[in-house]
Ligand binder design. Sequence first.
Ligand SMILES: NC(=O)c1ccc[n+]([C@@H]2O[C@H](COP(=O)([O-])OP(=O)(O)OC[C@H]3O[C@@H](n4cnc5c(N)ncnc54)[C@H](OP(=O)(O)O)[C@@H]3O)[C@@H](O)[C@H]2O)c1
Length: 252
Amino acid sequence: MKYAVITGASKGLGEAIAKSLIAKQFAVVTVSRTENEKLKMMAQEKGTSYQHFSCNLSLESEVQEVFMEITHRVFQKEPSDIFVFNNAGVIEPIATVGHLDKTPIDRNITVNLTAPIMITNLFLHKAQFSDTAVHIINITSGAAVRPIQGWSVYCSAKAGLNMFTQTVASEQAALQTKHSIIAFSPGIMDTDMQATIRSSSEKAFKDLKKFQEYQEKGMLLKPDMVANALIDLTLSGNVESGKIYNVNDLLN
Ligand SMILES: NC(=O)c1ccc[n+]([C@@H]2O[C@H](COP(=O)([O-])OP(=O)(O)OC[C@H]3O[C@@H](n4cnc5c(N)ncnc54)[C@H](OP(=O)(O)O)[C@@H]3O)[C@@H](O)[C@H]2O)c1
């Protein structure tokens, strides 16, 4: 049996990834603050295993506690493969430096960077005592490699996630394990995160008009299309561990 653990599956890209994997008969575990009832119903209809864990990923103690439980339960099933999608993300705070508050900084860094590090650590720790292959997929952003004024915290967290991905891949290659880790940049998608971006102010975010135009001109990618491209890549068996993939390379 193949397992997938997906953070932030209550909506947006995470929901699309979960739908795609339930359709492929994966046992799916979702993690977010709110549960997506549609996923639960879909899994019931397909007769597949589905479990939701409520967790606030901005709280390190909750991340540790919930993922200790998830890794315990999932490895107990002795699956051949576990796919872990570190997808949950937050864009805020949107503000130029000098106008940032501490709490949103902490929340951003913990959800976007610390939680994926802790989750990857827990899965690779457990994997040492099993035959299961662990595949980590970190959802990154073009903002990791391009400074965007007003998004300094998000850019920094995603840049950190890319470097974490590359470092872990290097370690696993040296250890000659069968585990893999990649980052995936999903492009600009039609999700609530874009709605949050469009509702910011031009004073806080210089490129506001450009992002409003993306929506007006129908340029936003559909999360289902992005998820399907990612799942095709992930299940292809041709994943290059340590690589930062970009959706545009997969769709062209
Ligand atoms: N949308 C884009 O254009 C775009 C572009 C580049 C990269 N990305 C990346 O793609 C990923 C998915 O983004 P999206 O656009 O699908 O975002 P979204 O629609 O805003 O969904 C975000 C997801 O993250 C979860 N989440 C947020 N804060 C959380 C917390 N404190 N604890 C637990 N879960 C939390 C939310 O669940 P709950 O609220 O239920 O907890 C939700 O399921 C993110 O990593 C994002 O950075 C998005």
